[in-house]
Design a protein around this ligand. Structure first.
Ligand SMILES: [Zn+2]
Length: 147
């Protein structure tokens, strides 16, 4: 977990003023490892900071996305989820449990980069790759194992 000084620095280096609300919201998002929706973030924020509104939380996380501090992932149903992990990784979305799980696979990323190279896709520089796999857990009581 990151401390407040680190988050302050993160905001400043993204060109954002480290306001109290931004610090509160970012530190909460960074603790949430489940790709929360804005409502889930708001649910956590209001526990200790009831004066911060849902609209403020929404506006703030969108500002973080615009400034490259968070990424946004849409579920199969089109709900937006927020992700503090900015490295190249893919997601598996489970329609039964609405969970969004991270997966890391360099081999898959290389395959995709080679695929585009071999297909001679011109005039495109790939900046990042985010593969999303939609599925349903066969047994919702068990975790999906990614080997
Ligand atoms: Zn993720």
């Amino acid at each position: 977990m990151r401390d407040l000084a680190e988050i302050q620095e993160m905001l400043r280096s993204a060109g954002l003023k480290a306001t109290h609300q931004r610090l509160v919201i970012m530190s909460i998002v960074m603790k949430m490892t489940n790709h929360p929706s804005v409502d889930q973030i708001y649910g956590e924020v209001r526990k200790d900071h009831p004066s911060i509104s849902l609209a403020t939380v929404y506006k703030t996380v969108e500002t973080f996305v615009e400034n490259g501090l968070l990424s946004k992932v849409a579920t199969r149903e089109g709900q937006m989820r927020y992700d503090p992990r900015l490295d190249n990784h893919g997601h598996i979305y489970c329609g039964n449990t609405k969970e969004l799980l991270d997966f890391y696979d360099d081999e898959l990323n290389e395959l995709i980069i080679d695929f585009f190279k071999n297909r001679k896709v011109n005039n495109l520089k790939i900046k990042n790759i985010t593969v999303r796999i939609n599925g349903d857990k066969i047994d919702p009581s068990k975790d999906v194992i990614i080997k």
